[in-house]
Structure formats: C-alpha cells, structure tokens
Ligand binder design. Structure first.
Ligand SMILES: [Zn+2]
Length: 205
C-alpha cells in the first residue's frame, strides 16, 4: 500500500541582516529580516506554496520577533553620532555669535562636545567646525532635537548658553543665536526664553 505523508510548514527566507536597537535586550544587536511562506509538504518536502506570512525582524541574541517598523528606530550608535554632530553644530553657532577666539568659551565648547561622547574633539576640530557654513548646521541640530525629550533639549540649549556666558554676560547676538538654536531643536520661543532666563540666573549665583 502506498501512503503519502502530507504536512504543513512555514519556510523563512532571509531578506536582510543588520544591526538594530532591540528593546528586549536594551541595546544594539544583530538582526535578520525574514519573510515566511506556508507550504504543503509531501514526505516532509515543501512542495506546494500557500499564503505568505508577514515579514518580521528577529533579534539574533534574544530571538524576539518584531514588526519591520522597528528598523526605523535609530540604533544607539546612530543616536550617539547624531548627538555629537548636533552638539558640534550648536557649539559652532553659539561661538560665532560671540567672540570665537575667547579661550574661556572655547574651553567650555570643547568640554561640551567631549562630554557628548566625542573624546577626541580638540582645538583643530573646533576650528574646522567654525568654518562650516551655518546652513549645514540646522539639519544636524534638528536631527538631535528630534531624538531628545524636552528636558534633554533644554539641557543642550543650556549647555550652549553656558558656552556663550563663559566669557561674560549674553550679548544680544548670543541671545538671538540661542533662540535660533532652540527653534532648531524643536522648542517653542517660550521654552527658549525660560531656559535662557534660568541659565543666566544660575550663572549669577
Ligand atoms: Zn534582543
């Protein structure tokens, strides 16, 4: 007697691999992006294709599956890169609004960028950033602001204000630059004025 063994199974095809931020692991991990398809098997061989199952992204470390939208979220490495690029752009704008040669402000600017994670940032890199056209800075600052909660935006703006105030009270041009930075970060004018006032007040103590 001839007996055919039928079955059903899902086969996965890997569409791509890369690194993403895994919420379960709480860090950057390798993933594979897969699409599945159900098959009827005959003698365990997948022969007849049926419906496609949804695509998913799977963390190779914890095996958690996510919808593919998860790939739109930045990795911590991207966030760090955006943070540094945004901070460098902010520092250049606020220094140019005051006296870019002031040693106290420059010292403070270097501290702000190294504090953001760019440990090799030095006078030469700062000089280079000061030569960058101002219109290339805004998208970097906006990218930074888009990733930050409001408290973190306020903190970044306060950092810039402290750079401007390292060599004396805020000038009109520095105040205007701080308001521009706030707008690029995605803050309202009221928020900007609040942060400027508070930072000046704290510096006065
Ligand atoms: Zn994971």
């Amino acid at each position: 007697m001839f007996l055919i063994i039928w079955g059903l199974r899902v086969l996965y095809r890997t569409l791509g691999r890369g690194v993403f931020f895994c919420r379960r692991c709480g860090g950057d991990r390798e993933y594979r992006h897969r699409a599945g398809r159900r098959y009827i098997t005959v003698f365990f061989i997948p022969l007849i294709p049926l419906t496609r199952t949804g695509e998913h992204v799977q963390c190779l470390t914890c095996k958690t599956r996510y919808v593919t939208e998860v790939l739109k979220l930045p990795t911590t490495v991207q966030m760090q890169a955006d943070l540094i690029a945004g901070m460098r752009a902010m520092v250049a704008i606020i220094l140019r609004a005051g006296d870019p040669a002031s040693p106290l402000s420059r010292r403070r600017a270097l501290d702000a960028v190294t504090g953001a994670g760019d440990s090799g940032y030095d006078e030469d890199a700062l000089e280079e950033d000061l030569g960058e056209p101002a219109d290339s800075a805004k998208p970097k600052i906006s990218a930074l602001g888009a990733q930050l909660q409001i408290e973190a935006r306020e903190w970044c703006l306060a950092e810039a204000i402290r750079i401007a105030m390292a060599d004396g009270p805020l000038s009109g041009a520095e105040r205007a630059a701080a308001e521009h930075l706030a707008a690029a970060l995605g803050m309202t004018q009221a928020q900007a004025i609040g942060v400027i006032a508070l930072t000046e007040q704290n510096a006065g103590r």
